[in-house]
Design a protein around this ligand. Structure first.
Ligand SMILES: NC(=O)C1=CN([C@@H]2O[C@H](COP(=O)(O)OP(=O)(O)OC[C@H]3O[C@@H](n4cnc5c(N)ncnc54)[C@H](OP(=O)(O)O)[C@@H]3O)[C@@H](O)[C@H]2O)C=CC1
Ligand SMILES: CC(C)=CCC[C@@H](C)[C@H]1CC[C@H]2C3=C(CC[C@]12C)[C@@]1(C)CCC(=O)C[C@@H]1CC3
Length: 345
């Protein structure tokens, strides 16, 4: 009888490996001696030791060719959170994740690490030092979060120690760093349009912003700790910088670092949220006639005006996690990485 060759434990696949987090993860894995298959809908770079497989994760056959001889899979693909395409989120984050799980099982993959989000427990009201045992949001702030909840449930439920298919979910929050297409570019765009003069609320709300290398570190620790007898099987883990910061201080540091003025004038949270909601409704109604994307969506206003920071004690205890880059250093590296976004550039 032919014996099945056990895939090398240093051979892994990163689904979503062309994206912001995915690429940082791939680079670190290569540094650590892994050989990596990237599966993504697009290819954005080339790297020695990395093979690229272009395809849609909803296509199981396409996935299977990228998972050949792979024992460990990271799933960090998702449509951009700023999209309001509900069907796309459902197709990729829910149905696509079911396909990923099935493809992993069919390919004999032993470990699946999902990039979830700490926002799966966030309903637009304060979360202070939230732990992993908080219930999933009953009223998630948007379709993105709604489908991240379903996605996380699917992956954690699929964990089967008897069958040797092990899963874990990492819940990062507010990832930032070089090449991030979202946070800094949106902020600078708003500043260039003169929209960053105001602080929403009293400006004291603490939130987590997590430097991308810390998020990568949490993923790799989780993968390396994931064994049939480990307590981490089928569990979610918050990964943060462990340095909650005032939302508006963080934004101001990035803005000032890039040569823009920090926001100064306060506006009441309820008023801004109400206006954002009205604008959102209006753009929704007028969608067939015009396309207009407001900067201050209700979701962004909720994130800008409430507390949302999370405890990473469980990751420290079970994974031996500790942030490797401080917030101050992360901000410095991020600001330096965007010369093209500096004021006047
Ligand atoms: N950024 C953040 O602050 C946070 C992110 N997360 C999670 O982290 C993960 C990575 O996020 P981030 O790196 O910021 O996102 P990116 O958009 O930069 O990366 C996601 C990648 O997945 C690709 N992708 C999208 N749909 C498919 C598909 N159907 N098949 C294959 N590939 C696909 C994207 O391609 P394309 O760009 O062409 O769509 C992109 O290359 C996501 O799961 C996100 O939910 C969690 C918490 C916070
Ligand atoms: C008020 C304003 C215009 C701020 C600009 C920055 C925002 C674009 C970011 C501030 C908090 C960020 C955030 C996310 C995306 C970018 C921000 C809204 C996520 C929604 C990304 C995906 C997640 O899983 C949760 C994140 C929470 C924080």
């Amino acid at each position: 009888m032919a014996t099945r060759i056990r895939p090398s434990s240093k051979r892994c696949a990163v689904i979503g490996g062309s994206g912001f987090l995915g690429r940082h993860l791939v680079e670190k894995l290569v540094d650590r001696g892994y050989s990596v298959s990237v599966f993504d809908i697009r290819q954005s770079y080339e790297l020695p030791g990395v093979s690229f497989h272009q395809g849609d994760l909803c296509d199981k056959q396409a996935l299977l060719s990228a998972l050949e001889d792979v024992s460990l899979v990271f799933h960090c693909a998702s449509p951009a959170p700023a999209s309001d395409d509900r069907l796309l989120f459902e197709r990729v984050n829910i149905k696509g994740t079911q396909t990923v799980i099935q493809a992993c099982i069919d390919a004999g993959v032993q470990k699946l690490v999902l990039t979830s989000s700490a926002s799966v427990v966030f309903e637009g009201t304060d979360v202070k030092n939230g732990k992993e045992d908080l219930p999933y949001a009953k009223r998630p702030i948007d379709y993105y979060t709604q489908t991240k909840i379903e996605q996380e449930k699917l992956v954690l439920k699929a964990c089967d120690q008897q069958k040797g298919f092990l899963t874990v979910a990492i819940r990062p929050h507010g990832i930032f760093g070089p090449r991030d297409p979202q946070l800094v570019p949106t902020l600078v765009d708003a500043a260039r349009q003169g929209k960053m003069k105001f602080i929403i609320g009293d400006g004291t709300n603490l939130v987590d912003f997590t430097y991308v290398e810390n998020v990568v570190h949490g993923h790799i620790l989780a993968a390396e700790c994931l064994r049939a007898d480990s307590p981490i099987c089928g569990k979610p883990y918050h990964i943060t910088n462990d340095e909650p910061v005032r939302f508006w201080d963080f934004m101001s540091e990035i803005l000032v670092g890039l040569g823009y003025a920090a926001p100064r004038f306060h506006l009441p949270y309820g008023l801004v949220y109400g206006i954002a909601l009205l604008l959102w409704l209006l753009t929704w109604i007028l969608r067939p006639f015009m396309s207009f994307k407001p900067t201050f969506t209700p979701m962004r206003v909720a994130l800008a005006g409430t507390y949302h920071y999370y405890s990473c004690e469980r990751a420290k205890e079970h994974l031996g996690y500790k942030p490797v880059v401080s917030l101050k250093e992360g901000i410095k590296r991020t600001v330096e990485s965007y010369p093209q976004l500096r004021r006047g550039a």
